[in-house]
Design a protein around this ligand. Structure first.
Ligand SMILES: NC(=O)c1ccc[n+]([C@@H]2O[C@H](COP(=O)([O-])OP(=O)(O)OC[C@H]3O[C@@H](n4cnc5c(N)ncnc54)[C@H](OP(=O)(O)O)[C@@H]3O)[C@@H](O)[C@H]2O)c1
Length: 288
């Protein structure tokens, strides 16, 4: 029988790419969106139905989970993400979901690790202890963060700013995370496994700036900034203080070269190499 797969966070960076790639498969895709207005684009994809969910409201989860066979569990980086993940796992248990693919983060397995990793590990445990078969995906930082957080200053000043020094990072393209998620979702053989996903190489932000420059035909500079300046900027954008500190801790790990690990998992799981940053820069050059 045709499987119904619920994707939560379906309008987010990874969720929308998973919905897009799953819509080409012989499954019914239920895109769980926070608001139908932001989910409007997903409706046009074949085999995709839209359902409104608020992760903070257990009542709203009931309809979304009805007749769902498999779940892609994505929650946002927010102050109450643990409660949100707990609500979603509890509903999956109630409605006898048969398989969960959880989007976590690289570093969730490190001890003591950093706060972002510890939060993710806590949420992984809800899934592991649910009794439902699961697979956990732990991606590195997303290449698309450069579009979301740096495109504006690149467009206006040909510069982008981060407190990461010369640290190298093995950023991954969200299209590759989605490709892995689809592969894993449609098979039984990945159940009980955890995969650490990275791009094909670790690059410094200076190297990334050079490649963005080549893709756009303009000189782009990366500017290393003090942590305090980054804190001020994040707070000015209304990021809650605990999240700001967690992000700064991640940047410090980048700076110290602790996020440069490269894995073969994308190649092994999808049969093709992950996108390079050069390819990403070329595909997204119009954003900059
Ligand atoms: N960014 C990175 O580099 C990185 C790296 C590794 C792991 N991760 C992890 O990957 C996960 C997903 O990241 P992402 O960038 O794809 O997320 P994202 O773009 O922030 O998307 C989050 C999604 O959740 C939805 N959402 C937010 N609050 C909701 C609520 N109360 N009820 C229902 N839906 C709600 C959002 O919808 P609206 O926008 O409409 O509210 C959005 O669709 C996060 O757990 C993050 O920690 C991120």
């Amino acid at each position: 029988m045709r499987q119904t797969i619920l994707v939560t966070g379906a309008t987010g960076n990874v969720g929308r790419e998973i919905v897009k790639q799953l819509s080409m498969q012989d499954v019914t895709v239920r895109a769980g969106v926070h608001s139908v207005i932001t989910g409007e684009n997903l409706k046009r994809l074949p085999g995709v139905e839209i359902v409104e969910i608020d992760f903070n409201d257990p009542d709203s989860l009931h309809a979304a989970f009805t007749h769902v066979d498999r779940l892609v569990l994505i929650t946002p980086l927010s102050e109450n993400q643990l409660q949100m993940a707990r609500n979603l796992v509890e509903e999956a248990k109630k409605q006898r979901v048969k398989y969960i693919v959880r989007l976590s983060a690289l570093g969730a397995g490190a001890e003591p690790g950093i706060q972002l990793g510890r939060w993710h590990r806590e949420m992984e445990k809800y899934v592991e202890e649910s009794g439902i078969p699961y697979t956990i995906l732990r991606p590195a930082g997303f290449m698309q963060n450069i579009v979301n957080y740096c495109a504006e200053s690149i467009k206006q000043e040909s510069k982008f700013y981060m407190p990461v020094g010369e640290g190298e990072v093995s950023y991954i393209d969200t299209r590759d995370i989605a490709a892995v998620a689809v592969e894993v979702l449609l098979s039984e053989e990945h159940q009980g496994k955890t995969y650490e996903l990275t791009g094909p190489e670790a690059l410094s932000h200076q190297e990334m700036a050079m490649q963005l420059g080549e893709a756009t035909g303009k000189k782009i500079d990366f500017v290393d900034v003090p942590e305090d300046a980054a804190r001020e900027s994040l707070l000015a954008h209304h990021t809650p203080a605990p999240i700001v500190e967690a992000i700064l801790e991640l940047y410090a790990a980048y700076k110290a070269g602790k996020s440069a690990e490269v894995t073969e998992a994308v190649q092994e799981l999808t049969g093709r190499p992950p996108h390079s940053f050069r390819q990403f820069a070329s595909d997204y050059h119009e954003c900059f």
